[in-house]
Design a protein around this ligand. Structure first.
Ligand SMILES: Nc1ncnc2c1ncn2[C@@H]1O[C@H](COP(=O)(O)OP(=O)(O)OP(=O)(O)O)[C@@H](O)[C@H]1O
Ligand SMILES: [Mg+2]
Length: 455
């Protein structure tokens, strides 16, 4: 008997991928969510139907999430609302809590975080007449493989697998986009904690006060607007793994608190009277020169030694160029498949160009370039003009084949532009446009409907 089936959840987000992801996650938990794409549509439904819980984005066209939250709290105050905000919108997050949101989830978040928040909401809800089903189940996110043929990185991989079994703290150092989080997830998955949560927190993204409540949680009434007890990431990661991303960006007072947690294995909630024991394996990452931060008195030396029990240093892509063709092929075929296009092969001249580039954004940047290339390439071979580098100045001196100009938009904007432009070239003939784009007519129709609904 699935109690979750009785709960009515409304999901509000203008991004279709996000809606699908939320719907899939909630359905897996046995809920039957209703999804709509903006605040106005949500408000129309709320006036005619009772929802137990609403998961809503903040930034949306027509009626934004804050307006919707206000309206819901007036119309049906018992409805639980969970807001989702991007990192840049912390002020909004605080505001929504004051208005009465139950929780805010900072995007991007994992399926576990959403499930945990929803389950907690129902456990606390006075309307809850059913017994919640034990602890929220931990989910293992299907992992992408770590691809490399670089001897140094291969050694690091087997080292990471070996140390995974222990509870030792790991410090992963590497430039942005080198795969630090991927390594952290690998360690978690190879560890005895694999079936418990993997929780990540980006220490650079939040101001000190919020970071503290995110990490350690707060008690009800700890400060104005704290209308409920919030669990921190340490509690959510209990018996699992906590990834402290960009740990060097943490303020000195918070570093002192973190040190205490690592030594005592207990946390102090904001406004709490007693310490709470936690069993968490901590993995920290940094893309900075930590020793320099220590010399500048910006990072505690004792914390560094506490974190650096197992050090892992991932080298930048420009120092392991042999990985470039492998990774390029991996990303290209992945994105071709995602776009229902036949898999494209990479011309030797393109590989030469890729190897000349300096890769300031490392593997993430290579992934982005291949995602755009997969959209652009209409032939069966990927050529240099299909590449858009994020920083052309980082190119070697004499690239024979200059890449195309500089599109600076998001992949979605680029895809939309490409589709609309092709449609115009084909005088509005959808069949020919789809053929020329290498996508099915159905995909083309869906994309056009999506663009119309967002206008
Ligand atoms: N060796 C690899 N094989 C396949 N994919 C990889 C590899 N390394 C990184 N990636 C992919 O590149 C992207 C960036 O990796 P990740 O997020 O782990 O980097 P990071 O070092 O944590 O970056 P940042 O410092 O910006 O947080 C991810 O999509 C990841 O899956
Ligand atoms: Mg990262």
């Amino acid at each position: 008997m699935n109690d979750n089936l009785d709960k009515k959840i409304l999901v509000v987000d203008d991004e279709s991928e996000m809606r699908v992801a939320l719907e899939t996650t909630l359905k897996r938990e046995g809920y039957q969510p209703v999804c709509v794409e903006d605040g106005k549509k949500a408000w129309e439904r709320i006036q005619n139907e009772n929802f137990d819980l609403i998961v809503s984005d903040v930034k949306m066209p027509k009626m934004d999430g804050v307006e919707l939250l206000r309206a819901v709290k007036q119309h049906a105050p018992k409805t639980i609302v969970i807001m989702m905000t991007a990192y840049g919108d912390i002020d909004n997050a605080v505001e929504t809590m004051k208005i009465g949101a139950f929780d805010y989830l900072l995007k991007p978040f994992s399926a576990e975080i959403l499930v945990s928040s929803v389950n907690r909401a129902f456990m606390r809800s006075p309307e809850n007449h059913t017994t919640p089903s034990a602890e929220p189940k931990a989910k293992i996110v299907p992992e992408r493989e770590i691809i490399t043929c670089n001897p140094e990185l291969l050694k690091l991989l087997s080292f990471a697998e070996q140390i995974a079994y222990s509870k030792s703290t790991v410090l992963i150092i590497g430039e942005t986009g080198t795969g630090k989080e991927l390594f952290a997830r690998l360690i978690h998955q190879c560890s005895p904690r694999a079936d418990k949560p993997f929780v990540a927190i980006n220490c650079a993204a939040l101001p000190e006060g919020l970071l503290e409540t995110e990490m350690f949680g707060h008690e009800k009434g700890a400060f104005t607007g704290a209308d409920f007890r919030k669990e921190g990431k340490f509690e959510l990661a209990h018996r699992g793994t906590l990834l402290l991303d960009e740990v060097t960006e943490m303020s000195l007072p918070l570093q002192a608190k973190l040190l205490r947690v690592l030594q005592e294995h207990e946390i102090d909630k904001v406004g709490g009277k007693e310490s709470i024991p936690v069993d968490v394996r901590v993995i920290a990452t940094s893309n900075r020169d930590i020793k320099k931060r220590i010399r500048e008195n910006q990072f505690r030396e004792d914390l560094y030694y506490r974190l650096n029990v197992v050090p892992l240093k991932i080298s930048p892509l420009r120092e392991r160029k042999e990985d470039i063709p492998l990774l390029a092929e991996h990303f290209l075929s992945m994105h071709c498949r995602e776009n229902n296009k036949p898999v494209v092969s990479i011309d030797a001249s393109t590989v030469t160009l890729l190897k000349k580039y300096n890769w300031p954004g490392n593997i993430r940047e290579l992934g982005n370039i291949m995602e755009r290339a997969a959209l652009l390439c209409k032939e069966d071979t990927l050529l240099p003009p299909h590449l858009f580098f994020e920083d052309d100045a980082k190119m070697g001196d004499d690239p024979e084949n200059k890449p195309l100009s500089n599109f600076r938009g998001t992949i979605h904007q680029m895809e939309k532009e490409l589709i609309l432009q092709t449609l115009e070239e084909q005088n509005g003939n959808k069949t020919r446009a789809a053929e020329s784009l290498g996508i099915s007519i159905r995909t083309l129709r869906n994309k056009l409907t999506e663009y119309q609904s967002k206008e």
